[in-house]
Design a protein around this ligand. Structure first.
Ligand code: F6R
Length: 261
């Protein structure tokens, strides 16, 4: 795992966007795994800017999102389909038919999850999976006690996640308490993982995920098992990290990372 510490959340976000843009420029028909949440809002703004100003071309890109709430229509402004359409898909030249999220309105949720897994397999898997981390240590909505080999399925959300996300709803009590989410096993099958974490409020959980034991109580710790995983963080989020060998964006000078400047 490579950890890159950037001075500010803006620098960290730019770097993460450049890693994604690099992938798309080198492999225009890439399959991206996407995430939602407050952290990713900034990232999608940067990708939109790169599309508009630098001609970053999404026309052949395919996307699979990590998760979706159960019971929200795509038109509901709190659904992740709505979030993705408004924050990214409508603002770039992606073919909307190539964008996939689990359908949280499906009659048969189990079947929907199986179909989602099959769709990912049928296109040859995810090339680059973007991840955030929740205060409960989740990736996607893999709440504590998610099996490390889990597949796409429905999960009950824990009080920590409900406290994190419900303020984003007009009426906090309307936040669904269940969601469909790719499993940890699904996520680990992506060819590359890119985690973006910013802010002091994530510092403790980030250090547990990156430096603590691998445990189903902190599903993000499973990324330690992946052989091609980059974790991009700002200094606030890095505050509790102990490791001495992480790459510091401001004062180091390694060709692997310098190319992104
Ligand atoms: C959402 C997702 C979640 C978020 C995490 C962080 O699709 O995958 O794991 O990445 O909850 O969310 P923010 O950025 O809002 O703190």
């Amino acid at each position: 795992m490579q950890v890159v510490i950037s001075p500010t959340k803006e620098d960290a976000t730019e770097l993460a966007a450049k890693i994604i843009a690099d992938r798309i420029r080198n492999f225009p028909d890439s399959t991206l795994g996407l995430a939602t949440g407050v952290t990713m809002e900034r990232l999608y703004d940067v990708l939109v800017r790169m599309h508009k100003q630098e001609g970053l071309d999404f026309s052949l890109v395919r996307t699979f999102n990590l998760d979706e709430y159960i019971g929200l229509l795509p038109e509901n402004k709190h659904s992740y389909r709505y979030y993705m359409n408004e924050r990214l898909f409508k603002r770039i030249n992606i073919d909307i038919r190539n964008t996939f999220l689990p359908n949280g309105m499906a009659q048969d949720l189990k079947l929907e999850c199986q179909k989602y897994e099959k769709k990912i397999k049928d296109v040859g898997g995810i090339d680059l999976q973007l991840l955030g981390i929740g205060k409960a240590g989740h990736i996607g909505f893999n709440e504590p006690l998610s099996a490390l080999r889990s597949r796409t399925r429905d999960k009950s959300l824990t009080p920590v996640t409900i406290a994190q996300n419900s303020p984003l709803f007009d009426k906090p009590e309307d936040m669904p308490k269940r969601a469909l989410t790719m499993g940890i096993g699904t996520i680990l099958e992506a060819k590359q993982l890119l985690m973006l974490v910013t802010g002091r409020s994530k510092a403790e959980i980030l250090s547990k995920a990156v430096e603590g034991p691998i445990t189903s109580m902190i599903s993000a710790s499973a990324i330690q098992l992946h052989e091609h995983c980059v974790v991009v963080v700002d200094e606030d989020a890095a505050e509790c990290l102990q490791g001495k060998d992480y790459y510091h964006w401001i004062f180091q000078n390694e060709p692997e990372w310098e190319k992104y400047r």
